[in-house]
Design a protein around this ligand. Structure first.
Ligand code: 13P
Length: 336
C-alpha cells in the first residue's frame, strides 16, 4: 500500500473523521464576533487549542485542518500546534488555497486561487508537521450555474493542486463544494454535483494524481436552504450514495463530507444514514467545521474560562459523529 493511502486511512479509519478548524481569519472573525468575542490572534488560538487538547481527539479525530496562522502559532504550553495534535494520534493538515475570488468574466461565480508558489509553501508546511492539505472549490446552484467555465476552471485548479501536494508526500483533500444556498431541488443538487465530480476526476486523472492517495470532501445531496421541496434524511442518504457511486472512481479510499450549513444534528443524522446504507467500499466519514464547533463555541463565548465545560460539548459532538461514521448513532445517544 502506498504511503499516501496509509495516511488517508489513518485519518479516516475506525469511525474517525476530520476537524475542519481552518477558517480564514476573516471567517473566524465573523464566527467569534457572532458570539461577542473579540477576534484577536490570542482568542483564535485559545478556542482552537481547547478543541485540539480535548479527550475525544484520541478516538474520534484522525486529522485537523489548520489555517496558516494557526500552524505557525505556539501554544500556551510552549508546544507547537502540530505537536499538540500529533500527541493525540491525529495528523495535522493545512488549508493551502488562498480563497475563492469572483471570476473576471462573472459577477457571481468564483475561482479558487493559490497555485502560484504552492510548491514552495507545501515544503514549508511539511516541515511544520502537515501531512495532508485542503483546497476548496465552490459552486452556486441555479438554472445557469455552475457554468461549464466554473466547473472546468475549478476542476483544473483542484487537479494541479493535488498533483503538487502528492509530489510533496502529502494527501490532498479534494473539496468541490456545491453550496446549499438557494431554492434548488435535491434533484438539481444531484445532477450538478454529479457533473462537477465527474469533471474533477477526469482532470485528476489527466494530471496523474494517484486516486488511492486522496480524500474526497463533497457536499451531501440536499435541497437548497430556501427550497420548498425538502426531502427526508433517508432520501438525502440514498441520493448521496447514488451520486457518489456513479461519480467517484473505486480506487478513492475515503470520503469525508463537509457540513455546509446543516445543523449539528442534521449533519450527524445524515452521515449515520449514509453509513447504514453504504454498500460501497468507500469509508464515509466527516470533515466538519461548523457541525463540530458551533455548540462548543457558543458555550465558550459565555464561559471563557471553562475549558473542561467547552471540551465536554466538543467531545459529545465528536463522539456522536464517530458513531455516525459507523452507522451506529441513534437519537437516544444524544441524551446521554
Ligand atoms: P463546514 O462543515 O462548516 O461546512 O466546513 C467544512 C469546511 O472545511 C468547508 O471548507
Amino acid at each position: 500500500m502506498s504511503e499516501l493511502k496509509k495516511i488517508a486511512l489513518k485519518i479516516l479509519s475506525n469511525g474517525k473523521g476530520i476537524l475542519a478548524a481552518d477558517e480564514s481569519t476573516g471567517t473566524m472573525t465573523k464566527r467569534l464576533e457572532s458570539v461577542n468575542v473579540p477576534s484577536t490572534p490570542e482568542n483564535r488560538l485559545l478556542f482552537r487549542e481547547i478543541l485540539f487538547s480535548s479527550e475525544s481527539m484520541k478516538d474520534c479525530i484522525g486529522g485537523v485542518i489548520l489555517y496558516d496562522e494557526t500552524i505557525k502559532q505556539n501554544s500556551t504550553s510552549g508546544k507547537t500546534i502540530s505537536e499538540i495534535i500529533s500527541s493525540s494520534g491525529a495528523l495535522p493538515g493545512i488549508k493551502v488555497d488562498t480563497g475563492a475570488k469572483i471570476f473576471a468574466s462573472s459577477n457571481e461565480e468564483k475561482i479558487t486561487e493559490g497555485l502560484d508558489g504552492l510548491r514552495e509553501r507545501l515544503k514549508e508546511y511539511y516541515k511544520l508537521g502537515a501531512r495532508f492539505t485542503k483546497w476548496r472549490g465552490v459552486f452556486n446552484i441555479s438554472n445557469k450555474y455552475p457554468s461549464k467555465l466554473s466547473i472546468s476552471a475549478n476542476a483544473h485548479a483542484l487537479a494541479r493542486y493535488s498533483a503538487l501536494v502528492q509530489e510533496c508526500q502529502m494527501v490532498p483533500i479534494v473539496e468541490p463544494e456545491l453550496l446549499m444556498d438557494g431554492n434548488h431541488t435535491a434533484d438539481d443538487c444531484f445532477n450538478k454535483t454529479s457533473e462537477v465530480l465527474k469533471r474533477c476526476f477526469e482532470d485528476l486523472v489527466a494530471h496523474n494524481v494517484d486516486l488511492s492517495g486522496i480524500i474526497l470532501k463533497p457536499n451531501m445531496i440536499l435541497a437548497g436552504a430556501n427550497s420548498d421541496k425538502k426531502i427526508s434524511n433517508e432520501e438525502v442518504a440514498k441520493l448521496t450514495l447514488k451520486c457518489l457511486k456513479e461519480s467517484v472512481p473505486k480506487s478513492v479510499p475515503g470520503i469525508a463530507f463537509l457540513s455546509g450549513g446543516q445543523t449539528e444534528i442534521q449533519a450527524t443524522e445524515n452521515l449515520n444514514l449514509i453509513n447504514k446504507y453504504n454498500d460501497t467500499n468507500f469509508i464515509m466519514s466527516f470533515s466538519y467545521g461548523r457541525a463540530l464547533q458551533q455548540s462548543a463555541l457558543k458555550f465558550w463565548s459565555k464561559n471563557i474560562n471553562d475549558i473542561k465545560g467547552t471540551q465536554k460539548i466538543f467531545n459529545h459532538r465528536a463522539n456522536m459523529n464517530t458513531f455516525a461514521a459507523q452507522g451506529k448513532w441513534s437519537a437516544e445517544l444524544e441524551q446521554k
